[in-house]
Each structure stands twice: as C-alpha cells, then as structure tokens.
Write a protein that binds this ligand. Structure first.
Ligand SMILES: Cc1cc2nc3c(=O)[nH]c(=O)nc-3n(C[C@H](O)[C@H](O)[C@H](O)COP(=O)(O)O)c2cc1C
Length: 176
C-alpha cells in the first residue's frame, strides 16, 4: 500500500511524530499547504497529522475540501495537543472537528510541546489571554487542556512520546 502523511505543524511537535512515523512506515510526507489533490489521489493510505490550536486540528481543511476525491482511500488523522490524553476531552475535539463529510474518520492523539518563547507574538498573546481567563476559574474545574496551559506558563515543555503512535501503527497494520 502506498501511503502519504500530510502534516501541518507550527512549532515542531507534530513534525516530530511525522518523522517517527516515516522511520517505520517509509511513507512519503508533505505539508498540507503544498499538497495538490491530483498527487495525493495516487496514494492508498492518507494520514493527516496536525497540531491542535484553539480546539481546531490544523490541516483538516485539506481533507474537508477534497473528501469527495478521496473516496475509497484509507484515511486517518493524528492530532497533537498540549494536554495528556483524556478520553472525554478527546471526544470533544473529535466532535468539534469531524462533522458532516468527515464523520467516522479514525482519529488518534499525541501529546505535543509547549514553548512560549518560540511562539509568534499573536499566539503568545492569545495564550496569555487564555491563561488569564482560566486563572479566574476554580482549579478543580479546569479542562485537561486548561490544566496543561496553566502548568506550562512561562515554561518550555516537550511531552512528545513515541508510545502515542502505537494505536495509529495498529490501524496502519490493520489497513494494509
Ligand atoms: C494559540 C495556541 C492554541 C492552542 N490551543 C490548544 C487547544 O485548544 N488544545 C490543546 O490541547 N492544545 C492547544 N495548544 C497547544 C498545541 O496544540 C501544542 O503546542 C502542540 O504541540 C502544537 O503542535 P505543533 O508543535 O506541531 O505546532 C495551543 C497552542 C497554541 C500556540
């Protein structure tokens, strides 16, 4: 089976997972921004890997736009966020991102990284605003991602771990 990993990563954690995936699968990879559907339809397996920003999975718009041309392909998504895996939070992310034509696409999760000093001014400002808003809440009511956001204030953290790829590797094995 010919496979490709489309990816969209702002700060590198998603790309790190993509590199680990390539080491094992030998699939090709391409940034979603550079992907042309005519080239992508040549592949049997298409994996989209994208960071999570404000609950949205980066790069998903490529699948949304081209889903009709990808009928019959094995498609999966690997998303990368700041919080440790939490079943309810992950369910919410899936419900938020996989609507209409994207419903039913298998989605997997990996924990990413956090480095405020590497963020764009816009992202850093947004995160500071979020941190201020979350700080007003009672800590026991924090959502998992809010908890991670508050723990990571002013820090540089890398939570990437190859183990997060195991369920996706199992899916790849089952599909090929
Ligand atoms: C502006 C911004 C918004 C974010 N929103 C979320 C979020 O809603 N949920 C989450 O789990 N992580 C969120 N994060 C954390 C990123 O998902 C995390 O840093 C991840 O590693 C990003 O992937 P990348 O390193 O490939 O860019 C956010 C980060 C930034 C900078």
């Amino acid at each position: 089976m010919k496979g490709i990993i489309l990816h969209q990563s702002k700060y590198g954690a998603t790309k790190k997972y993509v590199d680990w995936l390539i080491d094992t699968t030998r699939y090709h990879c391409l940034e979603t921004k550079k992907a042309a559907i005519l080239a992508i339809v040549q592949y049997d397996v298409i994996i989209l890997a994208g960071g999570i920003y404000a609950s949205g999975i980066a790069g998903l718009s490529f699948l949304k736009k081209n889903i009709d041309n990808l009928k019959g392909k094995q498609i999966a998504v690997f998303c990368v966020g700041a919080s440790p895996f939490d079943e309810d939070a992950f369910k919410q992310i899936c419900e938020h991102n996989f609507k209409d034509s994207l419903q039913g696409i298998p989605c997997f999760y990996g924990r990413g990284a956090w480095n405020e000093s590497a963020m764009t001014l816009r992202d850093r400002t947004l995160c500071k605003m979020l941190q201020k808003a979350v700080a007003k809440k009672e800590p026991s009511t924090y959502e998992p991602w809010e908890k991670a956001l508050m723990c990571a204030v002013g820090q540089s953290c890398d939570w990437t771990d190859k183990a997060y790829l195991r369920p996706l590797f199992n899916w790849i094995k089952a599909e090929s």
